[in-house]
Design a protein around this ligand. Structure first.
Ligand code: SAM
Length: 175
């Protein structure tokens, strides 16, 4: 008989079990892409079972902390209401090619869903920037565990106009 509570058992099965028709592969050894964690995200969620599936702009305030020496790189960020955040879903397994999101035997390829389980578990969210204090940003719209490592942040694409001069490819259209 297991000593785990139902919640603990569900959390453990997130990591170890395959659902009906899911398929794992032996993932090649990860190569070093030279990524550096530039900060840390603090959210209200400490269990993957409690996180939202996707963040919402009327969701709780979350904090993004930028580590040194990168804090000065936030200069100008307050000009933007919406930011794109990239984070490393550090508790994810990385070896599934088929997944059953609804746990009903129906499967989808990993690249056709936004599951955190992927060969490179990068999560992205568009967040609403509420406030900046030095190296700290308060945002709404995240869906990750507290302590999730931060990979990058940038102004949301549609609200950003390139500051550099246009170049040839900007005007390429299909014949
Ligand atoms: N918004 C991102 C995206 O679309 O790329 C992530 C979506 S993913 C479906 C969000 C889920 O990932 C959460 O509901 C939670 O179950 C899981 N998750 C959140 N933080 C995680 C972490 N640090 N490691 C592993 N899984 C995490």
């Amino acid at each position: 008989m297991s000593d785990l509570t139902p919640k603990q058992a569900a959390a453990e099965s997130l990591e170890s079990d395959l659902r009906l028709n899911e398929r794992a592969v032996t993932a090649p050894k990860a190569q070093d892409a030279g990524l550096e964690f530039i900060g840390r995200i603090t959210t209200p969620w400490t269990s993957r079972l409690e996180c939202p599936r996707q963040g919402r702009h009327d969701g709780p305030l979350c904090q993004i902390e930028i580590f040194e020496p990168w804090a000065p790189a936030l200069e100008g960020i307050e000009e933007f209401q919406h930011l794109e955040i990239l984070y490393w879903l550090h508790q994810s397994r990385r070896d599934l090619i088929f997944q059953s999101p609804a746990n009903n035997g129906e499967i989808r390829g990993t690249f056709s869903i936004r599951s955190p389980i992927r060969p490179n578990p990068i999560g992205t969210s568009i967040v609403l920037l509420e406030k900046r204090e030095n190296n700290l940003l308060w945002v709404r719209g995240l869906d990750c565990l507290s302590d999730t490592p931060l990979l990058d942040l940038k102004p949301e694409r549609s609200s950003f106009k390139p500051l550099a001069a246009p170049q040839k490819g900007d005007f390429d259209i299909c014949p």
